[in-house]
Ligand binder design. Structure first.
Ligand SMILES: Cc1cc2nc3c(=O)[nH]c(=O)nc-3n(C[C@H](O)[C@H](O)[C@H](O)COP(=O)(O)OP(=O)(O)OC[C@H]3O[C@@H](n4cnc5c(N)ncnc54)[C@H](O)[C@@H]3O)c2cc1C
Length: 501
């Protein structure tokens, strides 16, 4: 059969937020056998607050052929080495969740063991952060990409980005349209189902019908196709992740351009601070059971570093997941598939991961239920791993200043997380399960940061405990001096990827 005789698969994407345009860009790149139409409504708009990411987004951008500096300029982005958690355990305590590892590339187990030993003897710094290259660079507001030589400590960190999500969607739209994606402006008012129960076409307000074989629901929290049309159902996880609102507001940039996100616990939730080149993104994520909208907005405005650039905007959500991410011929990607709150900046990553899974299981010759089940099985596991990681932060708090925190400390947690907490507490070991999004060093950071201290720690075969304090001090000093040779984050951006004013 000649290529031109091959039937094109009509893929219709409902929605043009980050999810819609990430999907359009990736499909148009990888599936020349598809005719892709994306429908979005400017009148409805997008959520537009996905500003912080985790390192795998770099691979996604690379796969799309984006030049990193061009991407940074276009999205007014900054670099992210991790997240600093302030007051999460109790007021006055802080720790860092780094991208990368502790110590050098191969001595993670040594480091934890030595640190644990020295802690017991009272001779190590009480903060594990000081043995971590990502934190050393972050705390000095420095940044350069890691080196590739594993013998060098400058190879032990990783990085992601902060960026303006609306600009990212616009950038990907340009790329997608160049690759043949057809964009329709209009409001979807109905989905027509065939006898088999599959979606056959979408009806727009102006009367146009858009038919297709495969529909991607990127319509945001509404879940226009996956829920309104197919009634798939939603697993509500708000008993584990009780925050259900966010007040968001940008403010003027002040001070140094920090290469990390800050998350500060507040009485009824937590506040994010995300530095971009042209402004700082801020938001208070809270539970409406414990604070009202006006008080939350006031709290947010009182804790800004610079002058607010707009009125706070309130977003509502229910934490949880759609029962099936792929139902019949509809695949939900983005907020339509669920939302686990932005604490660890995982939503854009989950979009990326759904897209890659869809590409791997793509229904080029019609939908095979086995492929659909595999898609849903992996999505469920991945979401449960992220869910557990997020609950870990809330559950292991010792704050006594708010009902939210007392509730979280005492709530029943998933068995999978309980096992993970107990294994770390007893032996200092990280339990990893299939489709884990976060690496062991991330779990270590939060276990220790939230004071889930190991009772015992196994001695690695070559570790010589007598040297532990000396070994740690050498490591700390080495990381500190190597970090101080990096350019500042601001200098790095000025040199390579400064956005136009
Ligand atoms: C408070 C908050 C903070 C967040 N922070 C982060 C973060 O730091 N990092 C991160 O990775 N993620 C974050 N997220 C999540 C992130 O914003 C979303 O995952 C991401 O923006 C994708 O959204 P979306 O495209 O699924 O939905 P939306 O942005 O809501 O887009 C939906 C699209 O569907 C269209 N649409 C809807 N109904 C219709 C209709 N009837 N007809 C036509 N078009 C329609 C809209 O016009 C729009 O184009 C955050 C989310 C929230 C709520």
């Amino acid at each position: 059969m000649h290529a031109e005789d091959r039937k094109l698969i009509r893929v219709v994407i409902a929605g043009g937020g980050s999810a819609g345009w990430m999907t359009a860009a990736a499909l148009s790149n990888a599936r020349p056998d598809c005719h892709i139409t994306l429908i979005e409504s400017e009148e409805i708009g997008i959520v537009g607050v996905g500003e912080a990411t985790i390192p795998p987004i770099r691979k996604f951008n690379q796969a799309l052929g984006l030049d990193e500096f061009d991407f940074m300029r276009r999205t007014k982005g900054s670099y992210k080495l991790g997240i600093q958690f302030v007051d999460w355990v109790e007021p006055g305590r802080r720790y860092f969740h780094p991208f990368g590892t502790y110590g050098r590339a191969f001595d993670f187990a040594h480091l934890l063991y030595f640190w644990h030993q020295a802690q017991r003897q009272g001779s190590a710094s009480s903060s594990l952060d000081e043995y971590c290259m990502a934190w050393e660079a972050a705390s000095q507001a420095r940044f350069a990409p890691p080196l590739s030589d594993p013998r060098n400590v400058l190879s032990t960190y990783d990085y992601a980005f902060h960026f303006d999500a609306s600009l990212y969607a616009a950038y990907l739209r340009e790329i997608s349209e160049c690759r043949g994606v057809v964009r329709l402006e209009g409001r979807i008012v109905d989905a027509r189902l065939g006898e088999s129960g599959e979606v056959e076409s979408l009806r727009l307000q102006d009367g146009r019908d858009v038919p297709g074989e495969l529909f991607i629901d990127c319509s945001g929290f509404r879940g226009l196709l996956i829920e309104n049309a197919l009634h798939t159902g939603y697993d509500d996880w708000s008993h584990w992740l009780p925050c259900d609102r966010a007040a968001a507001v940008p403010c003027e940039s002040v001070g140094e351009l920090l290469p990390y996100t800050r998350s500060t616990a507040r009485t009824a939730g937590w506040q994010w601070r995300i530095p971009l080149q042209h402004r700082i993104g801020n938001g208070y994520v809270y539970s409406s059971k414990f604070i009202d909208e006006t008080a939350a907005a006031d709290t947010l405005l009182r804790h800004l570093d610079g002058k607010a650039l707009a009125e706070p905007r309130t977003l509502k959500f229910v934490t949880g997941r759609r029962r099936l991410g792929w139902n019949r011929n509809v695949v939900a990607i983005g907020l339509s598939s669920g939302f686990l709150e932005p604490l660890e900046s995982t939503s854009l990553h989950l979009i990326q991961s759904s897209i890659l899974r869809l590409l791997a299981l793509f229904p080029a010759r019609g939908i095979d239920p086995a492929a659909r089940d595999e898609f849903n099985r992996i999505a469920n596991s991945e979401l449960e791993r992220v869910r557990d990681f997020l609950i870990l932060h809330y559950h292991l708090n010792r704050r006594a200043d708010g009902e939210l925190w007392r509730y979280c400390a005492n709530m029943p947690i998933p068995d999978t997380l309980r096992e993970s907490i107990e294994l770390f507490r007893r032996h200092g070991k990280i339990l990893t399960r299939p489709y884990e999004v976060f690496v062991p060093a991330s779990w270590l950071a939060v276990h220790v940061g939230q004071l889930n201290m190991p009772e015992a720690c196994e001695q690695p075969p070559q570790a010589r405990p007598a040297d532990s304090a000396k070994w740690l001090e050498k490591m700390r000093a080495n990381l500190h001096s190597e970090a101080s040779r990096l350019p500042t984050h601001q200098q790095y951006i000025e040199t390579h990827c400064r956005a136009a004013a």
